[in-house]
Write a protein that binds this ligand. Sequence first.
Ligand code: PGA
Length: 250
Amino acid sequence: MRKKIVAGNWKMNLQLDEAKQLLQEIKALGKNVSDVNLIINPPALYISLFKELLENSVIALGAQNCSEHESGAYTGEIAAQMIKSCGANYVIVGHSERRSYYHETNAIIAEKINRALAANLSPIFCCGELLSEREENNHFKVVEQQLKEGLFHLNEKDIKNVVIAYEPVWAIGTGVTATAEQAQEMHAFIRKVLKDFYTEATAQNCSILYGGSCNASNAKELFSNPDIDGGLIGGASLKAADFLTIAQSF
Ligand code: PGA
């Protein structure tokens, strides 16, 4: 059975006091959640402190990005090894906001994936099409290309440590969710591409999350689909009760 995962992507929100409070609320409510891996991806500055605050909790930590370089003169950047050394086990790579605002190409994303794995972090690899690409019926092609150029350089052993998040760009932060049918169709497609490139077992074991305006009201319908293994949650992860309702929506 593959892992069910609900990951919160806090993006560039919350000052330290607010962040600590939200963490404590999630930690308290999270005690009621079983069989689901909960991951919080706060701003990287908070990871080290959060690691201490989460002592004795099953909630895992991740960063929202890492550098494509190992170390050195890259002012302002954060290395995968640093993220690991502060207590995180995951890192989001290739989020559409990084692709569009910070010009991350599939080639840069492939390097970030390598750095993450070398640091023993599990990458949460994001893929997804623009609205125009879906309207032109190119969404499958675009996602397949993102997978092939950003991820499929990995061998069979390394790909097992990757979580995939399908996040249609038109659904992120817009309040417009992909329908459960649209999401399931793409998740099944991603699993088929995984199977064709790797093996049936690899495809079956890979957790594929949906992201894009997933919330406490629509999570159940989305997660009831056979190829949707959880969610990468932005806005709704900033409210403890909503985040935990989503985690109990399987
Ligand atoms: P959203 O963001 O849930 O606010 O749409 C999801 C994401 O960007 O990961």
